[in-house]
Design a protein around this ligand. Structure first.
Ligand code: ZN
Length: 277
């Protein structure tokens, strides 16, 4: 029997708008439209960063609120996830929009080197973001950039600081963080299954290997992530015209792995989220 796969679309990210990707959605209306296209193509979860008027990464709750409102209206039931990522944002602002109660928010459970910076997530910041999510009923998506972050997340969940079941995103392919190696992903997924048997997981391959990783997760029983935040091309050369085209790549091959794109209701059920009223 075919099993559903939750396809996450990371529509924008925090990198500057590149000249070679004019299709990157940056304003709230562009973001809502791009999310809607991805939703229609089979995505049931949207991962959101917002930009200010100069297109810099922002923590402005007003902007997060606008995107959330539009997505709720145009993409009924789609899971909304806000990024609390640190690139270009002050630590004390990273959870400023949590009171808007999105379904989920990203939570990196440790620090790691990126090519030109340290992605700093000291223990007190991780705990305060986790506490804020708990207070507002927001489910964390644990972002694992390095192996230790998996074990940190399990520890936080055992201590009741992250609610169960865990949902983990393995972020592979950023130089300095875990590389895109199938053996490594298999090991990490095995560890997750052993330490948190009820957990769900997804993985991504930044730097041109996203679709390869998508096929691994289809095969391994995980969920998938795609979108312009991680990758802008359909293959080695062709620029994706929009986020939806990247979702379609996954939807089109899912059947070969006995999977199909989860509906919003199925996605909510799989991740232990409340159904839409
Ligand atoms: Zn992100």
């Amino acid at each position: 029997m075919k099993q559903p796969i939750v396809i996450t679309t990371a529509i924008t990210g925090s990198q500057p708008r590149k000249k070679d990707n004019p299709a990157l959605p940056v304003t709230p209306s562009e973001q809502i439209e791009s999310t809607h296209e991805a939703f229609e193509a089979g995505s049931s979860l949207v991962h959101i960063h917002v930009r200010d008027k100069d297109e810099n990464s922002s923590s402005d709750p007003e902007l997060f609120g606008q995107v959330q409102e539009g997505v709720r209206k145009h993409c009924p039931g789609m899971i909304i996830q806000f990024s609390t990522g640190g690139r270009g944002r002050e630590a004390d602002q990273r959870g400023a929009m949590m009171y808007l109660k999105p379904d989920m928010a990203s939570l990196a459970t440790g620090s790691v080197n990126f090519p030109t910076m340290i992605y700093e997530n000291p223990p007190e910041l991780v705990e305060s973001l986790a506490a804020s999510m708990k207070e507002h009923g927001v489910k964390p998506e644990v972002e694992v950039f390095d192996a230790a972050m998996l074990y940190n997340a399990v520890k936080l969940s055992e201590a009741g600081k992250i609610p169960k079941p865990l949902h983990v995103q393995f972020v592979t392919g950023i130089p300095g963080a875990i590389p895109t190696r199938r053996k490594l992903l298999e090991f990490l997924v095995d560890e997750l299954h052993e330490l948190a048997p009820d957990a769900t997981w997804s993985a991504m391959g930044i730097g041109g290997r996203q679709f390869e990783v998508n096929k691994w997760t289809l095969e391994m029983g995980g969920h998938a992530r795609t979108g312009f935040e991680d990758n802008v091309k359909l293959d080695r050369e062709t620029l994706a015209p929009n986020n939806a085209a990247l979702v379609t790549l996954i939807a089109d091959v899912a059947g070969e792995y006995d999977r199909y794109p989860a509906s919003p209701e199925e996605a909510r059920n799989l991740l232990g989220l409340a159904p839409v009223a």
